[in-house]
Design a binder for this molecule. Structure first.
Ligand code: PMP
Length: 359
């Protein structure tokens, strides 16, 4: 097949240029005689990679100096417990917004450490919209407010940043760096790398310094942000190769023109699919129009008996990994930063043609 487009929700497509550069540098990084995989994390070669990776991220997302950038392991799921362990700071309750399966997982885990107040939920409508801020019942005693900016499975995304009196915490796993980001609005941002940043194995945390240093008694050392912050993410071995690839992705993003440029492209890509979905009743997208994700586009076929044929034909046309999450069925096209416009255009053309053939 000439060209493959991978619509996986994560681990997901990476920029081809990044993979090519990694290939070229695989056996001998910059004349060091070593692969990045073989380097000591404390050696000067890897230290220079780590430093550039952090600096490029700081530049891309305009991260102020009073925010620490942490390169951790454990996946975004580890943050579901690390956040309450570190950010309760003597309080006993936290506010959570429930917009889908990932927020629900964060809530379930936080319940182990504090009283969770679900301040707003869209469960009554199968998580197909974002509850407007006016409806949130925030608790003034909450240690923080947690939300999920993009629900990877449901395909609902916040297109606004909530205004809160207490620190705002966001799971940005599936839309980080897909658009400009005002870090100062947040107490803490976290993301697993394997969607919009790089390979699995790296978990990124951006946290305001003054929130650190008051972990719950009994917090394991590796779950204490302060330990990682004080040691520049080198208390123990960080996920070095994943950091290196992520660093290449950051450099690639800078070359594309940064986050404002990515947002424009991402809007244009998503529009290709949503315009098509809106123009036909052959397909259906369950998500409220204002809250549709630019990263994960879920849709169903009117006749689900055609699902298998759709996926088979798509695969035949080089369009891979379109099957929806096992919990919801249907289809899902994940179109992160690294998915080229041509990939989405090819998918839209295929969908149109499939619909006309089976109408
Ligand atoms: N949050 C969101 C929004 C996600 O999409 C995912 C992964 N699909 C997770 C958390 C969990 O991430 P991990 O598998 O890295 O623990």
């Amino acid at each position: 097949m000439d060209q493959i487009y991978n619509f996986s929700a994560g681990p997901a497509v990476l920029p081809k240029e990044v993979l090519q550069q990694a290939r070229d540098e695989m056996l001998d990084w910059h004349g060091s005689g070593m692969s990045v995989m073989e380097m000591s994390h404390r050696g000067k070669e890897f230290m220079s990679i780590a430093e550039k990776t952090e600096n490029d991220l700081r530049e891309l997302a305009n991260i102020p100096r009073n925010y620490k950038v942490l390169f951790l392991q454990g996946g975004a799921s580890s943050q579901f417990s690390m956040v309450p362990m570190n950010l309760l700071r003597g309080k006993t309750t936290a506010d959570y917004i429930n917009t889908g399966q990932w927020s629900a997982k964060a809530i379930e885990e936080a319940n182990r450490y504090c009283t969770v107040n679900v301040a707003a939920s869209s469960e009554n409508a199968h998580f197909t919209y974002i509850p407007p801020l006016e409806q949130w019942r925030l608790n003034p005693d909450a240690a923080y407010v947690h939300y999920t900016s993009n629900e990877t499975i449901g395909g609902v995304e916040f297109h606004w940043v909530p205004e809160t009196d207490v620190p705002l915490v966001v799971d940005m796993s599936s839309d980080i760096l897909s658009r400009p980001l005002d870090v100062t609005r947040y107490g803490l941002i976290y993301a697993g790398a394997q969607k919009n940043l790089g390979p699995a194995g790296l978990t990124l945390v951006i946290v305001r310094e003054d929130l650190l240093g008051q972990p719950l008694p009994g917090t394991p050392t590796l779950y204490d942000y302060q330990i990682h912050a004080k040691n520049d993410s080198m208390y123990n071995t960080p996920p070095t190769y994943a950091m290196y690839i992520t660093g290449l992705v950051f450099a690639w993003l800078k070359k594309q023109g940064g986050l404002a440029a990515m947002e424009k492209i991402n809007i244009a890509k998503a529009k290709l699919l949503y315009d098509l979905l809106n123009s036909t009743d052959f397909y259906h997208c369950p998500v409220a129009i204002a809250d549709r994700s630019l990263m994960n586009v879920p849709f169903t076929l009117k006749d689900s008996a055609l699902d298998g044929e759709f996926l088979k034909q798509a695969q035949h046309n080089g369009l891979l990994q379109l099957k929806g999450h096992r919990s919801v069925g249907g289809m899902r096209a994940s179109i992160y930063n690294a998915m080229p416009v041509e990939g989405v255009a090819t998918l839209a053309a295929f969908m149109k043609e499939f619909a006309s053939r089976h109408a």
